[in-house]
Design a binder for this molecule. Sequence first.
Ligand code: GLN
Length: 466
Amino acid sequence: MPSGKSSVELAVKIKEGKTSCVELTRLALKRIEETSEYNVITSISDTALKEAAVIDAQIKEGSLKSPLAGIPIVVKDNICVNGLVTSAGSKMLKDFVSPYDATVISNLKNEGLLVIAHTNMDEFAMGSSSETSIYGEVHNPFDFERSAGGSSGGSAASVALGITPISLGSDTGGSIRQPASFCGIYGLKPTYGRVSRYGLIAYCSSMDQIGPMAKDARDLKELFRIISNPADKSSVSSGLEKDKKIKVGVLEGFEKTAASFIDTMREKISEVKIIQIDSLKYAVPSYYIIACAEASSNLARYDGIRYGYVSENSEDSDYIKTSRTEGFGTEVKRRIMLGNFVLSHGFYDDYYLKASQVRSLIKKEIENLFNEVDVILMPVTLNEAPKLGEALKDTLKTYKEDVYTCLANLTGNPSISIPVGMNEELNLPKGIQLLGRTNEDELLLDLAVKYQETIFLDRRKETNGI
Ligand code: GLN
């Protein structure tokens, strides 16, 4: 429906009989066709309309009451959906039809949401530009020549293009927050452990988290509730209570960009402190050592025997080698080699062990900072969305761009990216990032809702799609 309405609003309309899951699904499928040149979708459910009719019937008879019942959603191609090709953007899994649902997908289905398609991504979620997929590159909805970001570029661009108002991505080092920021939408990397990883194709298990992406902050909050587990009772998980005011730590050097957010939120802020994160300079090196080490182990299972692509050119003796050589792309192979290197005898202590120790130090520093402030405000990225092709030219430079996002994955803290208007000169969206205490995902979501209410809600533009 070309209305730009939020999922929460659309679900009310369904309950009132003013629209239906079938109608919204039809429109979403049509929108997928209209926007096919952006290359955001990898596989489409051919039973979607049938399932939509069942959902409509259940809503009508009153057995489905969830606040998002009847809303179509798209999910990243590394989250298993029963009956859909779930390939993680890789030739290795291009024929893999998932025989089961990831836990988050079961959660969605239980609340009457309808998964209609998988979204394009960097192969095995390794990348920052959604260009390493076997399905080809994803284009940015604001500038066709630029990247939508990555690795959840398809999930971010789908929402920005109005295919569905919400989507799911995964974030190991920034893959929800960075594309969300490049496409002008909200994205949350939940506290590590709040969202089940069952059914997520593993990249780096100690950092991977599935999370919600949305055009509207209220939808982001609702979608998080649906896919997450309640926080451990021993930890604080209160949102932004009525009279609560928060202390904000602004990363030094970011004061100017942060100013408009702080000004908008001044009613809710009791104190602003400029902070430094001394260990930030070690975030990228330790992230890439640990991520590659875990990736090399996680991807060892793709041998063409138990899992994955089987080469037709192989002899019995080199069966595994040929299948892996042909099945994996360049970036994935680079990381497997790096990972094997940092774990190998003689180098383990200098690289993997050292990186793990540094990770503990970073964690300690962030924990200490949260004794002084409630949230940390910092950039999402160093630069705006790159032109297509640029990110692949200089791998090291691209890795370094993850500095502000991979921090939350190393420490396990929740982190949200919030769209804060446009870079008028380039006509590209701008974003900021808020890092929160462990299990205070709800506070971050409430702050995003509050910010949206204050600034965006009444001047939201009409967009195409639903
Ligand atoms: N750009 C980072 C990487 O390539 C993050 C990826 C992710 O979060 N999945 O590892």
